[in-house]
Ligand binder design. Structure first.
Ligand code: SAM
Length: 526
């Protein structure tokens, strides 16, 4: 496959995907994407068809831009623009510029400057830099007014996210080369670039540093909660793909390192038969979460201070959920954290890790990879931690205790995070193949149909999908791994094969690795 597509090929993808998105908005009666004040913060609707087009479109736009700027120009602009953008965004945060722009009309630079405590000239320079980034707009008379992006900054916890990105992530990122040089093993959170940037000597980890300063801890918790709104990160990808129905959902769940409890709230809303959800976190965060429990969750949602560097305090829960927690810790710490759970686990207890499962670079996946690799970079700079590959996860659980049985790894379509489900077994497990893909005996996958929960969406059909001889194959758009539809085994007893109407399938990779994945079959040629 050629490294890059031709300009007409890219233009075709851009045009057809854009039209498909436009039509989908029209069909749903939803306003078209806009940056006008009052527009949706994230352009919806996020139906699977729109999401597929969005992913293809963003990839094609990124590729086209790189081609047009040229290889050297591409590197130049990356390195030149990023520090300047960071400076502008940090100024917006530090002086709360978006919060000082009135919601109901424009303001002069002089008035805005006096509200922010800045000079008029500095205000104008930073705001005009922001306008070039599509944040704020200027009226013909030279007054500043909100657009949808600045309004989100001025009125939501996107502001806290901006603070965390510019005051925590950015300074730490600049120290990553230094910390890698000083501590090549990159395995001690207290010697991370974040520690070097914060206490100079590298003696404390991120959470030890931040938890001593309530405003930073509060900002961190709010920023993490806000990040759940980012497309690909929303709880619905997880909540809808657990294989639970309201009648077979767990009764007691614990969300370890659960922050403000947003994942638990989504689970409680989706599954009324969950009796209790307990969110565990550091005392400062648990106190924040407790304060924000709404009346509809009172009685079912609890917050509990707990450090996972001590023995798990909630015993015998049905499910322990971990969303974006172990990626904050290098392997030796993650092992300790997991070991601390063992005394609390009853046989059959489930641990659900909602985390990334990194893969090797794929040819048409740069935009999604930029997001995943940025997360991995931040994990390293913040804590000498990492996003893990499938093999990393397998070896982590195996190292801690062979009674942790990796049950399934599911990556819902367009979700940035995978659902990694582990069951605590009464007896030690035989170690299983680490490379289930390449060693999968073709056509011999076995699974008890009853163990797959019926799909939650009414119009879907369930299939077992078995990879063909080459294991995964690359689909026509080159960016997705796919299975050969002709190898599908219908679960509902029908002999029909998945077709363009198939919206959701359940996939079996091999007898040793069973996964459920959402899969969209579309017959679009691009
Ligand atoms: C990356 S955040 C993820 C939060 C939440 N699960 C989410 O997905 O938004 C990691 C969480 O781990 C919590 N944490 C850090 N150290 C902890 C510890 N020793 N014990 C319990 N929670 C801890 C942090 O306060 C934070 O809420």
């Amino acid at each position: 496959m050629a490294l890059s597509r031709s300009l007409p090929e890219l233009a075709h993808v851009i045009s057809s995907c854009t039209n498909r998105i436009y039509d989908a908005y029209d069909d749903e009666g939803i306003p078209q994407p806009s940056f006008d004040a009052g527009a949706d913060h994230f352009s919806g609707p996020f139906t699977p068809a729109v999401e597929t087009s969005r992913v293809k479109l963003l990839e094609a736009l990124d590729e086209l831009r790189a081609l047009i700027v040229g290889p050297a120009g591409h590197v130049f602009f990356l390195s030149f623009l990023i520090p300047a953008h960071t400076a502008t965004l940090h100024t917006l945060y530090k002086f709360e510029i978006a919060k000082h722009v009135p919601l109901d009309g424009p303001i002069s630079y002089a008035d805005l400057a006096s509200r922010c405590g800045l000079s008029e000239s500095s205000t104008q320079r930073r705001v005009r830099a922001a306008i070039s980034l599509r944040i704020f707009s200027e009226t013909p008379a030279g007054l500043v007014q909100h657009n949808a992006a600045s309004l989100a900054l001025g009125t939501t916890t996107l502001h806290d996210w901006l603070g965390m990105a510019t005051e925590e992530l950015a300074p730490a990122a600049l120290k990553i080369a230094e910390s890698t040089e000083k501590h090549p093993a990159c395995d001690d959170p207290a010697k991370s670039s974040f520690s070097i940037a914060n206490d100079g000597g590298g003696e404390k980890d991120l959470f030890a540093i931040v938890s001593k300063q309530p405003h930073r801890m509060e900002r961190f918790a709010k920023a993490m909660a806000w990040s759940m709104k980012v497309p690909g990160m929303e709880p619905r990808y997880t909540v809808d793909n657990l294989g639970w129905g309201n009648n077979n959902c767990p009764k007691v769940i614990v969300d370890v390192g659960g922050g403000m409890g947003d994942l638990c709230k989504a689970m409680l809303d989706t599954y009324p038969n969950i009796e209790t959800a307990i969110v565990e976190d550091l005392p400062e965060v648990a106190a924040q979460g407790e304060k924000a429990v709404s009346p509809e969750h009172k009685g079912r949602l609890q917050f509990q201070p707990y450090s996972f560097f001590t023995e798990q305090v909630v015993k015998n829960a049905d499910v322990y959920v971990w969303r974006c927690v172990l990626h904050d810790w290098p392997d030796s710490y993650a092992e300790t954290i997991l070991r601390n759970q063992i005394p609390a686990l009853k046989p059959g207890a489930r641990l659900i890790f909602n985390e990334r499962c990194l893969s090797a670079p794929k040819p048409r996946d740069h935009v999604q990879e930029q997001f995943a690799r940025a997360c991995d970079t931040h994990m390293q700079s913040c804590a000498n931690a990492k996003e893990r590959t499938y093999d990393d996860w397998v070896s982590l659980f195996a190292k801690v205790d062979s009674r942790f049985k990796l049950q399934s790894v599911t990556t819902p379509l367009h979700s940035a995070l995978s659902i990694i489900e582990v069951v605590w077994m009464e007896e030690a497990q035989q170690s299983e193949s680490l490379d289930a893909h390449s060693q999968a005996p073709i056509g011999k996958a076995t699974i008890d149909e009853g163990s797959i929960a019926p799909s939650s969406s009414g119009d879907s059909k369930d299939y077992l999908m078995v990879p063909d001889e080459s294991g995964y194959e690359t689909s026509s758009n080159g960016s997705e791994m796919s299975y050969a539809p002709e190898k599908a085994i219908a679960l509902n007893g029908s002999t029909s094969k998945p077709d363009s109407g198939c919206r959701e399938v359940r996939i079996v990779d091999s007898p040793t690795r069973v996964g459920r994945r959402q899969w969209l079959f579309d017959d679009e040629s691009d």
